[in-house]
Design a protein around this ligand. Structure first.
Ligand code: FAD
Length: 413
């Protein structure tokens, strides 16, 4: 077993690290000031041009075709890059590696016709459009996608969409050009065959951004989250993604990449908050001692190191498994990471917040972001319990009784 990254992964990691240190991190305060004032970030377009010119574009797409812009990476190669990007809430955006556009690109790559790709995938690959994936609804428990109730009706040459969606990442971005909407088409038949997916332009009549949404007070400034009302929205039949009834299975296509990328980024966020808590503890004094001298603080830092290393190994193994066996074959490793990583990062961010005191909960540090990001990932893209249930099912019942077990003594056996 070799724990070294492959040479190409190391080379790419060094280039992304250099770009991050030279071009991104020095602008973080400026970025923060703009988003706090709710202004567009004026240097983003230039930064994206630079990243693209440096060959650091669309790094998160293992199936990138030779004709498509960017540098194709395997999941294992992308993992250390995403970790660097995850150090900042906006670290993925300059590289066109941000959610939800990347998982949407994967979906479009896999399920669309050449004409559809030209229309919707190419602008995302080029970075000239933004998108959102609209599945979750306020009225139904959306962690079970078969509950989705938004209606997609076929009327002549059009589909007509009616429903309400919420917590849709990217939908409140002013440049969001289209939604990929999951809705119910059939009321009968197998539960996983009743749904379809259509592309709905944001400017189609009947699409209303009801309000932007926060999550425990946190805002996604890269892909702002929104609630949407869809009322008699008409789209042509060619806007269907895949075939009618394929919506449920097609939506799974984007979930795998979304999950693994979030886990990769969260490791980077954890590293940052851990280093911040270390430094903060060395700079503050209470009751005649530097805070770092307290055993409880040393344990918080040491425990965080142990947990980050565990989490990173799970992520790398999941990436490796997916590269070998695809998302279907690697799902178990991915689910293990999806359960472990957000919970780990939530704990580490909570420790950092504690050690920072009040400042830890302000917008001034990235701790608030790490905590909210980790917390939301315990719900989004499959709540913990849903993944746990699947993992439990793979734990085969041993098939013997306690009395028969050779590990058990003293029962007269
Ligand atoms: C910031 C943010 C961004 C999001 N972005 C998007 C997006 O871009 N697009 C989108 O469509 N959605 C998005 N979501 C929504 C997210 O995917 C859903 O919240 C998630 O799927 C859960 O659905 P729900 O909120 O309806 O919770 P419910 O389905 O009502 O589930 C609530 C709880 O029920 C429990 N539960 C559910 N199933 C089981 C089970 N099998 N066993 C035990 N307990 C169970 C769990 O505790 C679960 O958390 C986002 C959410 C957040 C917070």
């Amino acid at each position: 077993m070799d724990f070294e990254l492959p040479p190409r992964a190391k080379e790419l990691r060094d280039r992304v690290e250099a770009f991050f240190n030279a071009e991104i991190l020095p602008r973080h305060r400026e970025w923060h000031a703009h988003v706090m004032r709710r202004e567009p970030v004026p240097f983003m377009a230039e930064l994206r041009r630079k990243a693209r010119a440096a060959g650091l574009w669309n790094l998160a797409l293992p199936d990138l075709a030779a004709s498509e812009p960017g540098t194709r990476c395997s999941n294992l190669e992308f993992a250390p890059l995403a970790e660097i990007m995850g150090r900042l809430p906006w670290g993925s955006e300059p590289f066109n590696c941000h959610a939800p556009d990347v998982p949407n690109m994967v979906l479009l790559q896999n399920v669309c016709t050449p004409e559809q790709k030209q229309r919707w995938l190419v602008p995302l690959l080029e970075g000239t459009a933004r998108s959102a994936f609209a599945m979750t609804e306020p009225a139904v428990a959306s962690s079970d996608a078969t509950n989705i109730a938004t209606r997609i009706e076929r009327r002549g040459t059009r589909y007509v969409v009616n429903g309400r969606k919420w917590y849709i990442t990217g939908a409140a971005h002013p440049e969001c050009k289209f939604l990929i909407v999951l809705g119910r088409q059939e009321a009968d038949g197998a539960r996983t065959r009743q749904h379809s997916m259509v592309v709905v332009p944001m400017d189609a009549p009947g699409v209303q951004l009801v309000r932007p949404l926060r999550f425990i007070g946190w805002e996604d400034h890269v892909a702002p989250v929104g609630e949407l009302a869809l009322t008699e929205v008409e789209v042509p039949l060619e806007n269907i993604i895949g075939r009618e009834g394929d919506g449920f299975s097609a939506s799974q296509t984007r979930l795998g990449p979304a999950r693994i990328h979030h886990c990769m980024r969260l490791i980077g966020a954890a590293e940052v908050v851990m280093s911040l808590m270390h430094v903060r503890a060395t700079e503050r004094r209470t009751f005649g001692r530097t805070v770092i001298e307290y055993d409880s603080v040393q344990q918080a830092i040491a425990s965080s190191r142990v947990e980050i290393e565990q989490a990173r190994l799970l992520v790398l193994r999941a990436a490796w498994a997916i590269d070998r066996a695809g998302f279907r074959g690697g799902w178990r490793d991915l689910s293990l990471a999806k359960i472990a990583v957000p919970a780990t990062v939530q704990r580490i961010a909570d420790r950092a917040l504690q050690i920072f005191g009040a400042m830890g909960g302000s917008d001034d540090t990235p701790i608030h972001h790490a905590l909210a990001y980790a917390r939301l990932m315990r719900i989004g893209d499959g709540p913990d319990e849903v993944h746990m249930r699947q993992i439990f099912r793979t734990e085969a019942a041993p098939g013997w009784s306690i009395a028969e077990s050779p590990y058990i003594c003293g029962l007269g056996n």
